[in-house]
Design a protein around this ligand. Sequence first.
Ligand SMILES: [Zn+2]
Length: 450
Amino acid sequence: MKTGKEGFQERVGWLLGAGRKSGGDGVTAAVQCDRDRMAIPGRCLPCCAALLAFIALFGAVLPAHVKKAMEESPETYSHYYDHKELSERLHSLAQAYPELCRLSSLGMSVEGRELWVMRVTADPDAVPPERPQFKYVGNMHGDETVSRQVLVYLLRYLLENYGREPRVTALLNATDIYIVPSLNPDGFQRAQEGDCQGEKGGRENARQLDLNRNFPDQFTNQQPPDPQQVPEVVAMMRWIQENRFVLSGNLHGGSVVASYPYDDSSSHMETGFYSKSSDDKVFQYLAKAYASNHPIMKTGHPRCKGEEEEFFPDGITNGAHWYDVQGGMQDWNYLNTNCFEVTIELGCVKYPVASELPTYWESNHRSLLEFIQQVHKGIKGFVLDATDRRGIFNATVSVADINHPVTSDKAGDYWRLLVPGTYKVTASARGYLSLHLPVLLSLTSWSSNL
Ligand SMILES: [Zn+2]
């Protein structure tokens, strides 16, 4: 392997140049009508009559495309899948679409339930290095159940519309998507339908431990989790480390907001402390990508029971500023891997009655798709050896003034999520001289891909 300065600079320079072409979908969100009575600001009197009329109809009249999907699909929009049904549904999707998906398991829960993950991408037996990995994780709190169903609906939507809808086709051709409908199947079995605020159990795993409080934490506990106590956390950590995820959504319930790192601070102030990560701008953008496409979230007014005055500007919040969470999954992703994770609260009610599931799917499906597309925003490319053009594994790509380098994968491929701007990017690897390059990430190039 050549270690000369000239060769390395040339290769990286060429690659970073290609990376500037990367981009994603436009950032402008379409404006939709608010569909939830709780989302209407009280002072919006002039337009309330029309909105109320619309809302009165909404309970009975779903948009035509949702009704069509419900009629055509074997999906049970009218009840929650228990673990057996979920397993059967995932297997049947995997059998029906072998050219697009693969079903596997991350491991087992305390009570021996599989932690299913469906991989969805065109040509799922290949691992093309130019395809970034994305993941959604649902139902980590067993009593927050909307994500568990909605992620199955998303799977079906992606699989059924490949080759039919240009947006879905482009997404699966360019993205390696992983969906975990339930990280806490044991908790779900204990949870009770209709539980609004998580008072009836099921949040924790079968050892009564909260999975979103048991990841190693930057300020308090760095110890690896106990596989006997939280095998779900251990399985998730191992799976994340075996892969090369770039972006992730961790789906919860109990409010309507997108929350981003950090989730805690060294002082562990209970609330009101903005614990800023090095990528605060990127995280704000990512959270907005979800929130701005959700009819309630984008208003910033969830108006959940007992929290009627709560307001989240643009429908997003820094995690610690909302409330301090130690040992959460999103911070662990960001601090230990290349993956940026945002925690998304899908609804005020943790376990809504099943008849409301079509409404939840309708209000979230656009956001769910839009958020996946953000995995393509930023710079990407390859770090190769100048002599033989082989990929350099574990090369570091860092951006000046952002203390969060990412590392390249086996083929030398890397992704670095960024918002438009001018950056100084450095590629470095053991045995090579580092290369520094200015990168202009223009709004045009950033918005043009996919
Ligand atoms: Zn939760």
